[in-house]
Design a protein around this ligand. Structure first.
Ligand SMILES: CC(C)=CCC/C(C)=C/CC/C(C)=C/CC/C(C)=C/CC/C(C)=C/CC/C(C)=C/CC/C(C)=C/COP(=O)(O)OP(=O)(O)O
Ligand SMILES: O=P(O)(O)OC[C@@H](O)CO
Ligand SMILES: [Mg+2]
Length: 229
């Protein structure tokens, strides 16, 4: 299933973390809608290729979330390009993108790329630190970013990123109300079925990452909680 609009649950695997073949098989066969390969630090072409080849043994769609130009490789079903809307450094909003498109725009198959408007709200996570995100935001501030994503930039996805910590329901609700067509991805701190159900009731897609490396049994339960399988 390559239509993001039909997704409800995805797992995010970090190329910089190790996962056993047994766990990877259970993740890929879990019924999740897709596997996103992505991370902020320690992502190399080598560990991306390794993870891609291992996920490729299964039929689940496999998406590369691009965090650096050096780690882009053919072979994924889809490529996500993040732009961090609440970054205080333009490099992470349009800077790197403009440079990449200047160099590769003519040869890009645009159908393979989808664009994610991030708003990062956990000030301590690596992505917030790297991108110098302004995380001191009210729910109205965040909803305004969501509206900008949809109405100004026509982004297909708004990604509410709490990476490593469980987010605030009020913020997710406010953001969902601000969006009409743009999909809302929620990611951060989902480690059990209750949290997965709670966020899936508010967002279009929930992303589960770290808990795969911390408690695989509980992490796998999040698929059932969201998709009822
Ligand atoms: C298919 C093919 C071969 C095509 C070639 C053409 C080509 C090269 C096209 C390039 C197109 C393009 C526009 C690329 C963009 C380049 C780029 C570098 C953009 C910047 C992306 C960005 C804003 C990154 C910032 C960090 C970020 C938002 C990362 C997302 C992942 C994330 C938040 C992971 C969370 O996990 P992590 O932080 O690792 O958490 P842990 O603490 O648990 O590890
Ligand atoms: O790792 P966790 O906290 O589950 O967050 C998932 C994802 O949003 C990270 O980009
Ligand atoms: Mg990481």
């Amino acid at each position: 299933m390559y239509d993001v609009r039909e997704w409800r649950h995805v797992f995010k695997l970090d190329p910089n973390k190790s996962i056993s073949d047994e766990h990877l098989e259970r993740i890929c066969e879990s019924g999740t809608d897709a596997i996103i390969v992505g991370g902020t630090d320690g992502v190399t072409l080598e560990n991306v290729l390794d993870l891609m080849a291992r996920v490729r043994r299964y039929t689940v769609p496999c998406v590369l979330e691009i965090s650096s130009i050096e780690t882009i490789t053919p072979g994924f079903d889809l490529y996500f390009i993040p732009t961090v809307l609440n970054s205080s450094n333009p490099k992470w909003i349009t800077g790197l993108h403009q440079q990449a498109i200047k160099e590769y725009g003519e040869i890009m198959n645009w159908d393979e790329f989808s664009f994610l408007g991030y708003c990062i709200l956990n000030k301590d996570c690596k992505a917030a630190q790297l991108t110098e995100a302004n995380t001191d935001l009210s729910k109205e501030d965040v909803a305004a970013y969501a509206m900008m994503a949809e109405r100004m930039f026509h982004l297909p996805v708004f990604y509410l990123e709490y990476s490593g910590t469980y987010g605030e329901k009020d913020v997710v609700k406010e953001v969902k109300n601000a969006l009409e067509n743009t999909l809302l991805f929620y990611g951060g701190g989902i480690s059990n079925r209750e949290q997965a159900s709670e966020m899936a009731a508010l967002a279009d897609v929930v992303v589960v990452g770290n808990s795969l490396y911390e408690n695989i049994e509980e992490a796998l339960q999040t698929v059932k909680a969201v998709k009822g399988k």
